[in-house]
Design a protein around this ligand. Structure first.
Ligand code: ATP
Ligand code: ZN
Ligand code: MG
Length: 280
């Protein structure tokens, strides 16, 4: 792996080598396979969105500290160059694109204004971007890959999918010899900001699967927040759809499995392949 020095020398970005890439691909294939086996359709989303779309999810009200945005540069006579590794505000034009901090936004935007079945499942992998207050290599990156399995439909369906994957993640961890603690989590942001309208409406219910205190996956219940914001309705009753998601941080799985195998990425890959074969 090659570490790229990010802004202010932070250990925020990495280029994965061939073995690490193979392990990440294998993990992603495994998680996607679980989704497909549960009836998911797979979609592909761009790595950035119009800020107006992300704003529908209150991203810039509730997570402004995590947000990264992008826009074109001033060109012509007033064009600037990076100074000290960065462009200044005067070099930039309006930032109309937002880099998402979660993968599942693509699912809600894809289904915007449509009707879905009562037990819909969708999966996708995407790059996620976060302006974290500190970075830590593969454990905490500015840009990372997140596979998600997203349930849309009735509340009961979302809870069934979350329950099923909670069990699956536990079994997978056990088969790999990876200790996982399931912890109820509150997004620290919500706690810090106190009760908010979003919190009341969204009533986030989140559980993390942690290895040594590091969350490598989470399951999240959103009630009908995204269904309302994107006007996604149930095909039969016309009610707003409920949603829930299962998220896997692929670089975090890579790093904890590599550590478990004393730094031997190929041994970690062999272990994942063996568990996947046994399960199929
Ligand atoms: P943490 O509490 O460690 O900041 P989080 O609660 O912000 O994690 P989620 O929003 O649930 O994380 O994101 C889903 C998954 O994405 C996490 O379980 C983790 O595996 C991964 N993840 C989150 N932030 C990062 C990051 N900065 N770098 C790499 N992976 C990340
Ligand atoms: Zn999600
Ligand atoms: Mg976080």
């Amino acid at each position: 792996m090659t570490r790229l020095t990010g802004v202010d020398g932070a250990d925020a970005l990495a280029i994965l080598g061939p073995d690490e890439t193979a392990l990440v691909r294998e993990l992603d294939r495994t998680f996607a396979g679980w989704g497909l086996a549960a009836g998911a359709s797979e979609i592909s989303a761009p790595p950035l969105y119009p800020v107006g779309d992300l704003e529908k999810f209150d991203v810039y009200t509730n997570f402004p500290h995590l947000a990264l945005v992008a826009g074109p540069l001033v060109t012509g006579e007033h064009a600037g160059k990076p100074v000290g590794g960065r462009f200044g505000a005067a070099d930039l034009r309006e930032a109309a694109y937002g880099l998402p901090h979660a993968t599942c936004f693509g699912v809600y935007l894809y289904h915007e204004g449509t009707r879905v079945g009562r037990s819909t499942v969708v999966t996708l992998v995407n790059r996620c971007f976060r302006n974290e207050d500190h970075y830590g290599g593969l454990r905490r990156l500015a840009a990372f890959q997140m596979r998600e399995i997203v349930a849309l439909g009735t509340y009961e369906h979302t809870q069934r999918v979350i329950g099923e994957f909670t069990e699956r993640i536990g079994e997978f961890g056990a088969a790999l010899g990876l200790r996982l603690d399931k912890e109820a989590a509150v997004d620290p942001f919500f706690a810090a900001e106190g009760p908010r309208a979003l919190l009341q409406r969204l009533a986030p219910v989140k559980h993390e699967f942690q290895h040594g205190g590091l969350a490598i996956a989470s399951v999240n219940t959103h009630r009908n927040f995204f269904g309302e914001r994107c006007d996604i309705r149930l095909g039969d009753t016309g009610e707003h759809a409920y949603t829930g998601c299962v998220a896997f941080g692929l670089e975090r799985w890579l790093t904890v499995l590599t550590d478990l195998h004393d730094g031997d990425v190929r041994a970690a890959l062999d272990a994942v392949v063996a568990v996947a074969e046994r399960a199929s």
